[in-house]
Write a protein that binds this ligand. Structure first.
Ligand SMILES: C[S@@+](CC[C@H](N)C(=O)[O-])C[C@H]1O[C@@H](n2cnc3c(N)ncnc32)[C@H](O)[C@@H]1O
Length: 262
């Protein structure tokens, strides 16, 4: 147990990990309805390039390509192994924590990142670069998960998730609270039309949020145990609860903030 310099994707959650594509697909299925609802409300200026950061499988970039055919859409990730060619966007393998990435990117009418900043040790640096990369009149949209233990009806699930959170905070530098600050930061930076939405990943029969949570627990648990955060069989009950399809519960909050550059 202790502090480390490991970053998301170095060892845990690499795109070459067996089952990572399915895990990210479940995540996208759980939250994309909220992302697309909020994106549809923004008046992104026509003719401007669009950027999705930490795009994973490219699901949001593909949606942007469908919404804005003919527009240049760049999808950045430290690994583009799970992205597809010919889907209307340009995959770019780059680290958003690296200043040279931003020198290459230029400016955009929309800068979007979902489930990325919470995992970055240099999230403040990246947030600043994201704001800079928006053209005047363009939009910034940033979304992440926020832990809210009281949302969980099951005390066993709460306990297991608390162990997962302790591990991710200490070992990967993840923050499960930073998304609550995004809207205020945009306001303080002088952005206009600032807004925020709070949604939730649902546990229930065939709910992708439950499948995503269960896969995340399965993937991390051996490392969580080996580093002393929990006991070997400590996640079994929570995984069965998530995968059993017999329980209705809430898993975690999903917060999206947006603002327009003046
Ligand atoms: C939890 S996934 C989210 C994927 C997608 N944005 C979504 O919400 O469906 C986080 C993604 O961020 C990428 N990522 C993590 N650290 C990164 C970095 N420093 N630079 C670029 N991408 C990074 C990961 O490779 C992964 O694809």
């Amino acid at each position: 147990m202790g502090q480390s310099n490991e970053q998301y994707g170095d060892r845990m959650f690499t795109h070459l990990t067996q089952g990572e594509r399915a895990r990210l697909d479940h995540l996208a299925d759980a939250v994309s309805q909220y992302t697309y609802r909020d994106l549809a409300e923004l008046g992104v200026p026509a003719g401007e390039r669009l950027l999705d950061l930490g795009g994973g499988t490219g699901v949001v970039a593909q949606r942007l390509a469908e919404m804005r055919p003919g527009t240049e859409i760049v999808c950045v990730d430290r690994s583009v192994a799970l992205m597809s060619e010919g889907t209307g966007y340009t995959p770019l393998e780059a680290d958003v924590c690296d200043r040279t990435t931003w020198d290459r990117l230029g400016s955009f009418g929309l800068v979007h990142a979902r489930n990325l900043l919470m995992h970055l040790r240099k999230r403040d640096f990246v947030f600043e670069r994201m704001m800079e990369a928006v053209v005047p009149g363009g939009w910034l949209m940033v979304a992440d998960m926020v832990d809210a233990p009281e949302l969980r009806r099951s005390l066993r699930f709460r306990e297991t998730f608390a162990q997962l959170r302790s591990y991710m905070e200490a070992e990967l530098g993840t923050s499960m609270t930073c998304a609550t600050t995004y809207a205020q930061r945009m306001h303080d930076a002088g952005m206009t039309d600032v807004g925020v939405s709070y949604d939730c990943l649902i546990v229930g029969p065939d709910k992708p949020g439950a499948a995503f949570m269960a896969r995340t627990l399965r993937h991390l648990w051996p490392d969580i145990v080996s580093k002393g955060y929990a006991k070997p069989d400590g996640a079994d009950e929570a995984i069965a609860y998530l995968e059993g399809g017999q329980h209705w519960d809430s898993a975690i909050a999903f917060v999206t903030a947006w603002g327009r550059k003046g």
